[in-house]
Design a protein around this ligand. Structure first.
Ligand code: DGL
Length: 363
């Protein structure tokens, strides 16, 4: 009799324990933060690259691994976001074209308009990653996070940086603190703004830097930490709209150097360039032999933007040339390759040089 009573008591206690545990799990599940929905748009590059051996860190093939394989290689992604992947294209980024940019921008805007998408990560080759990031910084019509990420070593290499870079990019795109900060670049545990980041080394893992104006923050221990924001207009506050565009105005870059000539400039103008970025020496200086060619191009209707090959610093208006008199525009602190992007988009709105100069001081 006693044994029966004891057994009944133990069964009752066990039952209460099971119910209590189930309730705790249910409460925990209810309290667990809902994971953000992040779409990964894959475009190719080294992050999707493969080499002949684990020690091949140069001379590998970029753009060989598909987006689903990239996601599968980082199972930890599922702990920081609900992730799905799309292969938008599969190219080495030196071959990125205006058509690729328009396709990518339209897909990003379509996805971000859906309330089921909280953020986007774009995997990309590092050669032109800074350019795609800046282009999107000017045309994305949302404050939701858009994060570009690449790798300096192929997925098959020892200490490949792609997986951790992708993990960081996804957790950044899933984090509310990344919203409204413009298009971001996540490389090497660092957060950079699209406007001022550049690839500063041909091959080392720390290649991406925002040298003088400073990166925006870090990613550490699975969390983003922001310390600054860009002061320039971007994304939802930008005035450029590519939704109805099927092409972009042709803008080319003329590189400045000692003893340069006007062969390239003349060829670009003859080919119908709507704008020329003159990547001059120093503070955007124009060689005496080249100035007449720029003046003639301007008189023929081509927009001339004075930029510098130097890489840092403000390009002073009316400094090395009388821009007011020659009706030139200056690039402010934009690199020649980013000045080209802004001018292409600006020319979809106006060819008034006062308006164009305003845009270079706003973006
Ligand atoms: N071909 C280069 C590119 O796709 C490889 C560099 C890289 O992705 O890191 O940009």
């Amino acid at each position: 009799m006693l044994q029966q009573k004891t057994a009944q008591f133990m069964a009752a206690v066990l039952g209460m324990f099971i119910i209590a545990t189930a309730q705790v799990h249910a409460q925990d599940a209810a309290k667990a933060p809902k994971l953000a929905n992040v779409t990964i748009l894959a475009t190719g590059g080294t992050i999707a690259g493969s080499g002949a051996s684990s020690t091949t860190t140069v001379g590998y093939t970029a753009a060989t691994v598909g987006v689903q394989q990239l996601i599968k290689a980082v199972p930890e992604l599922s702990k920081v976001a609900n992730v799905n992947g799309e292969q938008v294209f599969q190219i080495a980024s030196e071959s990125m074209t205006n058509d690729h940019w328009l396709t990518l921008a339209k897909r990003v805007n379509t996805l971000l308009a859906q309330n089921t998408v909280d953020g986007i990560v774009i995997t990309h080759g590092t050669d032109t990653l800074e350019e795609t990031a800046y282009f999107l910084n000017l045309v994305v019509k949302s404050r939701k996070p858009v994060v570009l990420v690449g790798a300096m070593r192929p997925s098959t290499a020892l200490s490949a940086d792609g997986p951790i870079n992708l993990y960081n990019a996804v957790l950044l795109a899933a984090d509310p603190s990344a919203a409204g900060k413009g298009v971001l670049v996540a490389m090497g545990d660092q957060i950079h703004g699209a406007r001022d980041v550049s690839k500063t080394n041909t091959s080392t893992p720390d290649a991406f830097k925002t040298t003088e104006l400073g990166m925006l923050g870090y990613i550490q221990g699975g969390k983003p930490f922001f310390y600054r924001v860009s002061t320039r207009k971007h994304t939802a506050d930008a005035e450029f709209d590519v939704s109805n565009l099927t092409s972009l105005p042709q803008v080319d870059i003329v590189y400045g150097y000692a003893n340069m000539n006007t062969v390239a400039l003349d060829a670009f103008v003859a080919a119908g360039a709507k704008g020329i970025i003159h990547a001059g020496t120093g503070d955007g200086s124009v060689a005496a032999k080249v100035k007449p060619g720029l003046i003639a191009a301007r008189k023929g209707g081509t927009i001339i933007v004075r930029a510098s090959r130097v890489g840092q610093g403000i390009l002073a208006r009316n400094g090395e040339a009388n821009d007011d008199e020659l009706d030139f525009v200056v690039s402010d602190t934009l690199s020649p390759q980013k000045a080209r992007i802004l001018l292409m988009l600006a020319l979809t709105k106006t060819n008034n040089t006062k308006e164009l100069q305003r845009m270079f001081y706003n973006y």
